[in-house]
Design a protein around this ligand. Structure first.
Ligand code: HMG
Length: 394
């Protein structure tokens, strides 16, 4: 738990936006190709489509595309900390945040870093950003979660892939969600999911990873009960890291016998709103819980200003954190549900053949020059190619 002085500024999420590539695979097509019953994917996994990133939409381009629409000139001049959270890093040394800073045209008087801890990285970023703004109340912090989830063709994890970014501007007196300074967290080395440097695909002990996820949620929930931090009747929604919607549902279901029926029903109803976007996008790793937040805020008409929301963030390996926020007056004015759903609806559906060929297509790794064409005309930023081992962005 973090001790913050009671006169510290109120901080949290002032803006939130997302980007996901403009290609998707229908999971019914994937089920047919893999000889599975489509209901295994649609109901058992709880996903309907997954976003597929073309080579020109790497995590840097996606990150810049997520942040661009929500920033004005004043924000750009006031950002003192830029964090890109990713487990799909493009370089072992240089932070992807530096490319993003350039693409967004931010003032150079900022700290630009990359954070990695599997799907937990963005939450580490949000909490560091909140601490930064508490100690530099005149400045803002930009946190962007950006990832491409890859497991390999014909693996159990294949249906849980996806790609996308979520950007959040953290400021004092935020317009959307005030983040409470006290939160609960746990770090424990676990072999549930990992990606060695030599592999472009992740490895997972799938069933074990599900147990660790639910186990960590249970521990943090119980600790929160012991400390009086999460009275179910005070929580209007509880968000989960959503690698696939069934996973979050399993976390929530672990509360069914432990909290009162009306509270469980309310949290379940809100959970349905939180998975509307994720079911169409898939796992975006570190951004998944924040896509769930955006989905809840943009798809639930019953939430009210002042409502308290819990967030359970999980990253394999493993780190979990349970924290809380309160919705701010006028938060709906900061959202753009029509633009987000239209972008999802406008995506191009891939055939299985196109999907497999995109999966297997990789960037050059031998130093040769490679030129890419822009695949998403609506995206302001893209990777134009590679020259002398360096990525070239437009
Ligand atoms: P699997 O072995 O193919 O799945 O892998 P299954 O056979 O157990 O079936 C899945 C579910 O579908 C089961 O339901 C079946 O009963 C059901 P459950 O028991 O789970 O409730 N089912 C059906 N339902 C309806 N109609 C049917 C039907 N057939 C079966 N006809 C697994 C599934 C998730 C393990 C696999 O996809 C995987 O390994 N995924 C990757 C790992 C993962 O996502 N783990 C989640 C927890 S760890 C985490 O969240 C962190 C992560 O995001 C990484 C990071 O932190 O960076 C992954």
């Amino acid at each position: 738990m973090t001790a913050v002085s009671s006169d510290a500024p109120v901080v949290g999420i002032d803006r939130i936006d997302c980007y996901t590539p403009n290609h998707y695979l229908d999971l019914v097509d994937l089920a047919h190709a893999r000889g599975e019953d489509p209901n295994k994917y649609l109901i058992g996994i709880g996903q309907s489509k997954m976003a597929v990133a073309a080579l020109d939409q790497d995590i840097v381009a996606m990150a810049a595309n997520a942040a661009e629409p929500m920033l004005n000139a004043e924000d750009k001049a006031n950002i003192g900390l830029l964090i890109v959270a990713t487990e799909s890093g493009i370089d072992q040394s240089k932070a992807s945040a530096l490319f993003v800073e350039n693409l967004l045209g931010l003032d150079e008087h900022l700290r630009a870093i990359e954070i990695k801890e599997a799907c937990y990285g963005a939450t580490a970023g949000v909490q560091l950003a909140c601490d930064y703004v508490r100690s530099h109340p005149g400045r803002k912090a930009l946190v962007i979660a950006s990832d491409i989830a890859r497991y390999g063709l014909r693996t159990a994890g294949e249906v849980t892939q996806g790609a996308g970014s979520v950007a959040m501007l953290i400021s004092r007196d935020p317009s959307i969600l005030v983040i409470e300074p006290e939160s609960l967290y746990l770090s424990r080395s676990t072999g549930d999911f990992w990606r060695p440097n030599y592999s472009t695909e992740a490895f997972a002990r799938g069933k074990f990873s599900e147990q660790v996820y639910v186990g960590m949620f249970d521990e943090l929930w119980d600790e929160a009960q012991g400390k009086g931090m999460a009275r179910p009747e005070d929580l209007q929604a509880l968000l989960f890291h959503i690698p696939f919607s069934k996973m979050g549902r399993k976390g929530l279901r672990s509360l069914e016998s432990r909290i009162d029926g009306p509270d469980y029903e309310r949290l379940t109803q809100r959970f349905e709103s939180s998975i509307v976007y994720g079911k169409q996008v898939g796992n975006i790793y570190t951004g998944s819980i924040y896509l769930a937040l955006l989905s809840l805020l943009e798809n639930d008409d019953t939430l009210r200003e002042g409502d308290r929301i819990g967030l359970f963030s999980y990253g394999s390996g493993s780190v979990g954190e349970l924290y809380f926020g309160r919705l701010q007056p006028g938060y709906r004015d900061r959202l753009d549900p029509r633009r987000h759903q239209s972008a999802l609806d406008a995506r191009q559906q891939l055939t299985m053949e196109q999907y497999e060929s995109m999966f297997e297509g990789q960037l050059a790794t031998d130093g040769s020059t490679q030129t890419l064409t822009q695949t998403d005309p609506a995206a302001p930023h893209y990777l134009a190619g590679i020259k002398e081992h360096e990525r070239q962005y437009r």
